[in-house]
Every structure is written in structure tokens, then in C-alpha cells.
Design a protein around this ligand. Structure first.
Ligand code: SF4
Ligand code: SF4
Length: 746
């Protein structure tokens, strides 16, 4: 039996002596007491000297041992703290057999749909079934069910009756309150109402997952852990409805009541109100919230604080192999895309209205130290050299927005130093000779934190500090390592920030752009940009002029790859014509185009649902597939929408000279759907058994010691080679961009 372990969050890890001397696919151990791979079978678990697990993670992604895969990161994080964690990846869902391979875990089972919401992973912007899945062996779709969180939660309940069950990942996180579901065109209740799990971890899960294990280890209640949600009874009090059983620690803390599910059903604008409130709750860090749903209350504890640099370094010191589990026989496209990219930070101050980062990672930025990033680059290069391939080409050093590494809010810093937000908000602008009205609006309650929804919109906040010179210096140091051939920035660069530092922009352009630099103006129409919380077109134009100038000065022929979006709520056909003519003036054929997908949990989705902007005014919404296809078609006049897959600037000779690796846009699907009448394709419902693909079947059966032929089924559908995406990792980020998704962009 495993002994009870305890450790406070981010304390020194405790080691289990039982783990010594393990071998096989999970051993020998690497540094920090970590196995070579987290066990996926009883054989691998026993090879580590473990007779059982403490925590089992069930995930909808294949197991790639890379920190960009949330379940893998958390499993290794728990192992780092002395717990025994295992992974079941992409289990079959007709019965719970796959979940039982390592027996019942001692503390809890954690369930995640994977790096993306399962419906976003399965369907295009026009609700057409996708045929590829970058997170699955062979890149084939069909390895996870629709609404994977719910299906896996049911499986875990059947496999382990009575065991605490915890939901997590992007699907759980963004569906934590009532949400609009584009694929069924309906408002759905908080996911916990359907999943019947004990707890939901939202946002980045390191702190909450560890505290969960520690509390269960100590026999304590799970309610009240920062960054989690749970269901409670709703009771009527003189002050209004409240959760009946609040933990003592929350009773005196600030509370943000959210509109009830019924109120949103009756008045769709309430979804927008709730999403705005949730953005504030995530940002202010000290308040808990609740949403009445019938006679229940969905309670959201205050957010987990973002990781410090020291904590980020500790996380990334874990020796991930960055390879797929050796039992897989087919390549996993996402693994290759992420192999040579380095995550330097998480979080983004952009606050764009269509980006799920605001409710998941939040606007505060957690950065790694320079030495930690350099060490990872050195390790990557050394591994490459050990394989006889020479120094490595690092495809990316960045985060959601590359030029926000080590970014911070000066007001936050001053608050920490002075001990009170009010004092900092009062003193800092005075010291700078500025007026702080924008940050402490007259109608804000006395104890309010910053009430802006973005650190960059409508203008870059005077307190938003982004030391881009340090990022450039970091890139130069990475590139100068003997183990590194070159370093690039493939993740998005935020144009408005880059324009504030000419030297940094010159360096990004002249030294670290591999021919193409991704920037996301998204549109050119002023009204649409404002609804997106994006800077005006002039900012992008200025950036472009500078980019061209710097490229010439550096003697390099290179291009900006602008990301563009159609079908955004508030965007009319005329706006699309304006965009189209702007592109024609530049002689650009758009290739990185996306039709807006209303994914759960964003402001833009709430606007799509209620047909109002954030000020409560009516807006036009291209709602039907036909309207959305028309807008998408306007972006590419004279061409089939289905042909578009990147932005392809032309030389004067009219030839296309850009590389064809800028990824595929939704246009491909748009074209097919246009031809087929945009039929909806929703036949694969939650719970319907999937057809297994040979790649994952063979590896799983091999792990289980079975004859693979006994359970052979035909491959569901042919694989489709996914487009490359600049090597950005997913890092628990999801937006309505094309798949394989979570490319960094700004
Ligand atoms: S004060 Fe400015 S920098 Fe700080 S969180 Fe608010 S908007 Fe961002
Ligand atoms: S779209 Fe880019 S800049 Fe905007 S919030 Fe998301 S990551 Fe940040």
C-alpha cells in the first residue's frame, strides 16, 4: 500500500523510497525522481516499484511526454511531489475496461477532454466533421468522443464507484458556468450538472491539483480550493440566494453573484454580463463567485494565483522526454510540432474578446527565468547532438504572445510592495505625474482592482510593462549556445507592443523571423476591431511599414502573415468587403483566415448569443451557416473559399514565393461545405462508441498484453496531414482558430 504523503504547495518534493531501482519503459528514472515515462499499464507501474496509483489521469489526447499536454504536466507535477500518478490516454468508451488497467487509484481520478474542447476538435466552423486530429497517433480523428469530459467522467464513475472524481482541462474550464454551445445552438448548464463529478479544476491546474491530492491524503474536504468549482444546495437568505454550505475560509471573502441559468435563458444579454463578471473575477484574484442553477448553486472559489518565476522554473525543470509514449506505432503530429519549441511564459494581457485565455490563463503573465529557458535550449540541443543530428534549430521561444515575456502590471507590483491596492493606485500615478482615473473609475467599489478588460485595448495601459529588450537578449543568448543552430519567434508578436520598442522590433524582424512573422490584425474595419478589443488598423499599418523597412535594412526577403477573421459578431458583409478591398490594395491573397467559432466562455461568444455589443447595443450577427459562408467567401473573391490556407504575398511577377507551411485555414472546409450545402454533421454524440484506429488500438492492446487482432476494427477514416503551425505548443489555450490549434498568436 502506498503510504500517506503530505507536502505543502510548491514545497520541496518528497520522494517515495519504494520507487528506487525501477526499470522498463517507465525507467530507469531520470532526474528529480521522475520515471522516463508516466506509467500507462500495470507492467510499467510495477516496474517503478508501485503496487498502485495515488491519482489516475484520463485524457482525450495521446500521451506525449511534453509539458504542453496538461494531464502529463500534472501527472509529473504530482510525481515531483511524491505522489504516484498514472495516465490512461484516449480510452475506449463503450465500457470502463481501459480505465482499470492499473487498478483503482488511492486518492482520485482526474478527467480531461485533452488540449481542446472535444467539439472544437471534431467540427469545423461550419459544423463539418474534421478528419484529422493532431493529438492522436497517425493524426486520425475518432480517438475521443464528443463531450469527452462527460463520457470519461461516466466511465470513471463506473470503473471506480465511490472514488472522488475531478474534472479539468480546457473543456471543463470553459464550460464551468452556463455556456452557449454552438454545435447544438443551445444554452447548456454548467458541466458539473451533467458530469456529476465531485470537483472541477478551472484555469491552470498545478496548485489546485496538488492541493486536491494533499487534502484527500489528509482526509479533508475538497471545497474551497482556489481555482476549483463544485455544486452546493442553494438556500434563500434575507440578502438573496446563497450556497448553503460555504467553507469558513470563504464566508468573509468578497463574493460575486452571477446571473442564474434561468435568468440567462430568459434574457440572453445576461450571458454577456456573466462573462464580463467572470473576467473580473479571474483578474481580481480575491473574490469567489456563484451561479444559481435551479435549486443548486455552482460555487467558484477564488482563482489560483499565477505561478511565480521560481515555480515556473521548478515546473519546467522536470525532465520531460518530449516524445510520444514508446507504445505508439504511428507518429503524433502535435508531438513533432512542439518538439523544438520552448515555452517562456503563460498568460496574456491582450484580453481579446474572442480568446479564451482571459478565463483560463488570465491576463497576468507567469514567466520563466532566463536561466531556465537557456537550460531547456541547451538540453534540447544536446539531445539532438547525441542523436547525431547536430545543433538544434529552436522553432520558437515564446508564449501566447511572444513579446510579453516577463511582462507585468506596475500597479500589481506596487500593490505587492505597498501592501494595498488602494495605496498603490493612489501613489504610483502621482509619482509618475499621471492621473489614474482609468484604473479606479468613480463607480468602482472602494476595494476594486483594475477594472479594464484588457491591458492593451483601447490603448496599451501605461502600467503594462513589457521588457521586450530582455526577450531579445534572451533570444540572442539562446541562439549563441553551441548546442543551438538558430532561434526563431514563431508565436505571434503583438504589434502595438512591438511598436513601442523600435530596437526590439528591429531584432525580431532582422534576427529571429524565419521568413514569415505572424501578426493578428484580424480585421481592418474599425467597428469590428473595437468589438474584438483589437487596436485600430493604423497600428498594424505602422507595424507593417516598420517591418518592411527593417527587413530591407537586414537584406532579407520576408513577410508578415496576417491572421484574419470573418463572421465575427458585429461584422457585416460590408465590413468584409472593406477587408477584401484592403487586401486587394496590398495585393494579398488571404491564407490565414478563420471563420469565427463561438467557443464556450468568451465575450465574443456571448455577443454572438445575445446579438448585443458590450455596451448593450444591437449588433448584426452572421448566424446561419449560409451567412457565415457568404462572409467567408467575400474575403476571397473569385476563388473557392476552400482553397485558402495561408496568406500568400506575391512578387511583382505574380508568383507565389512563400513557403507552404503556414497552416490550413477554415477556408478548406468552407469550400467543401459550400459545395455540399453546409449540411450540419452532428451524428457522433456523446457516449457513442468510437471506432478505434489501428495506431492507438495496437499500442493499447500491446500494453495490456492482448492479442491485438481480437479487437481489431477498421480504421475510421483516412488520416489527413495536418498543417504545420510554427511549432507553438497548446499550453491549455483554446480559441476559435483553425486546428491543429493552439498556435500562439497575438
Ligand atoms: S492597471 Fe493596466 S497593466 Fe495593470 S492590469 Fe490593469 S490594464 Fe493591465
Ligand atoms: S488573441 Fe493573442 S493577444 Fe489576444 S488575448 Fe489571445 S493570446 Fe492574447
Amino acid at each position: 500500500m502506498a503510504t500517506k504523503r503530505s507536502a505543502s504547495a510548491f514545497s520541496e518534493p518528497r520522494r517515495s523510497t519504494a520507487n528506487a531501482g525501477a526499470a522498463s519503459v517507465s525507467g530507469p528514472k531520470l532526474g528529480n525522481g521522475q520515471p522516463l515515462f508516466v506509467p500507462m499499464s500495470a507492467e510499467e507501474m510495477h516496474a517503478l516499484g508501485w503496487d498502485s496509483l495515488d491519482v489516475l489521469f484520463v485524457t482525450g489526447d495521446a500521451y506525449v511526454d511534453h509539458p504542453s499536454f496538461g494531464s502529463v504536466l500534472l501527472a509529473r507535477w504530482l510525481i515531483h511531489h511524491g505522489y504516484r500518478a498514472g495516465i490512461v490516454a484516449q480510452p475506449r468508451w463503450e465500457n470502463p475496461e481501459d480505465l482499470l488497467v492499473m487498478g483503482k487509484p488511492r486518492l482520485f481520478a482526474g478527467v480531461s477532454a485533452g488540449a481542446l474542447d472535444s467539439l472544437l476538435a471534431h467540427y469545423t466552423a461550419f459544423r463539418k466533421k474534421r478528419h484529422d486530429d493532431a493529438y492522436t497517433p497517425g493524426g486520425k480523428a475518432g480517438a475521443r468522443p464528443n463531450r469527452a469530459c462527460l463520457v470519461y467522467a461516466n466511465l470513471a464513475r463506473r470503473a471506480f464507484p465511490g472514488l472522488p472524481l475531478v474534472l479539468g482541462g480546457i473543456e471543463g474550464s470553459l464550460r464551468r458556468v452556463s455556456h452557449y454551445d454552438f454545435w447544438t445552438d443551445s444554452l447548456r448548464k454548467p458541466i458539473l450538472m451533467d458530469a456529476k463529478a465531485d470537483l472541477l479544476i478551472w484555469g491552470m491546474g498545478e496548485r489546485a491539483t496538488l492541493e486536491c491530492a494533499q487534502r484527500l491524503d489528509a482526509g479533508e474536504d475538497l471545497r474551497g480550493i482556489p481555482g476549483t468549482a463544485w455544486l452546493d444546495k442553494l438556500e434563500q437568505t434575507p440578502e438573496g440566494p446563497r450556497p448553503a454550505n460555504l467553507p469558513e475560509s470563504m464566508a468573509q471573502a468578497p463574493c460575486m453573484p452571477l446571473p442564474s441559468h434561468d435568468e440567462i435563458l430568459a434574457d440572453p444579454v445576461q450571458l454577456l454580463t456573466m462573462t464580463q463578471e467572470l473576467e473580473r473575477q479571474v483578474h481580481r484574484l480575491d473574490a469567489w463567485a456563484f451561479q444559481p442553477v435551479g435549486d443548486r448553486a455552482l460555487v467558484l472559489a477564488r482563482p489560483a494565483p499565477p505561478l511565480t518565476t521560481q515555480e515556473m522554473d521548478a515546473l519546467y525543470e522536470i525532465p520531460f522526454t518530449r516524445r510520444p509514449h514508446p507504445s505508439y506505432r504511428e507518429a503524433i503530429p502535435a508531438a513533432e510540432m512542439m518538439r523544438t519549441s520552448i515555452t517562456s511564459h503563460r498568460g496574456c494581457g491582450g484580453g481579446c474578446s474572442f480568446c479564451s485565455l482571459a478565463l483560463h490563463q488570465g491576463r497576468r503573465i507567469s514567466s520563466r527565468s532566463e536561466s531556465s529557458v537557456l537550460e531547456e535550449a541547451r538540453r534540447l540541443g544536446q539531445e539532438n547532438m547525441d542523436r547525431g543530428k547536430g545543433p538544434v534549430a529552436i522553432s520558437d521561444v515564446g508564449g501566447p504572445t511572444a513579446n510579453m515575456w516577463q511582462g507585468y502590471c506596475a500597479l500589481d507590483k506596487a500593490t505587492a510592495e505597498r501592501g494595498s491596492f488602494e495605496e498603490a493606485a493612489d501613489a504610483l500615478p502621482r509619482e509618475r505625474g499621471e492621473n489614474n482615473a482609468a484604473h479606479a473609475p468613480a463607480d468602482a467599489p472602494a476595494k476594486s482592482r483594475c477594472r479594464r478588460a484588457s491591458c492593451c485595448y483601447p490603448t496599451v495601459c501605461k502600467f503594462f510593462t513589457t521588457p521586450q529588450n530582455k526577450h531579445v537578449s534572451l533570444l540572442r543568448k539562446v541562439a549563441a549556445l553551441p548546442e543551438v543552430k538558430q532561434a526563431r519567434v514563431a508565436s505571434g508578436v503583438r504589434a502595438d507592443l512591438a511598436l513601442r520598442d523600435a530596437a526590439a522590433l528591429a531584432a525580431y524582424t532582422g534576427e529571429f523571423t524565419g521568413g514569415q512573422l505572424k501578426v493578428a490584425p484580424e480585421h481592418c474595419a474599425t467597428g469590428v476591431l473595437s468589438l474584438m478589443r483589437k487596436p485600430p488598423l493604423e497600428v498594424f499599418e505602422a507595424f507593417l511599414a516598420s517591418f518592411v523597412r527593417q527587413s530591407k535594412a537586414a537584406g532579407r526577403e520576408q513577410y508578415v502573415v496576417p491572421y484574419l477573421m470573418s463572421g465575427f459578431p458585429g461584422c457585416t458583409d460590408d465590413d468584409m468587403r472593406t477587408l477584401s478591398s484592403w487586401l486587394r490594395q496590398r495585393n494579398w491573397n488571404p491564407r490565414q483566415t478563420q471563420c469565427f467559432i463561438p467557443t464556450p466562455g468568451t465575450i465574443a461568444t456571448a455577443m454572438f448569443y445575445c446579438g448585443k455589443n458590450e455596451a448593450g447595443e444591437d449588433i448584426y450577427v452572421a448566424r446561419t451557416d449560409a451567412q457565415r459562408l457568404r462572409q467567408h467567401g467575400l474575403l476571397m473573391p473569385g476563388r473557392s473559399a476552400g482553397d485558402e490556407d495561408g496568406n500568400r504575398p506575391r512578387r511583382r511577377d505574380g508568383q507565389d514565393h512563400t513557403r507552404k507551411d503556414a497552416g490550413r485555414g477554415e477556408g478548406r472546409d468552407a469550400g467543401r461545405n459550400a459545395a455540399r450545402g453546409a449540411a450540419r454533421d452532428t451524428d457522433r454524440d456523446a457516449g457513442k462508441p468510437r471506432q478505434r484506429t489501428p495506431g492507438n488500438r495496437d499500442s493499447r492492446d500491446a500494453r495490456r498484453g492482448r492479442d491485438a487482432d481480437q479487437s481489431r476494427r477498421p480504421a475510421e477514416r483516412p488520416g489527413q496531414k495536418p498543417g504545420k503551425q510554427g511549432g507553438r505548443s497548446n499550453e491549455n489555450r483554446q480559441d476559435s482558430r483553425k486546428l491543429p490549434a493552439p498556435g500562439r498568436r497575438a
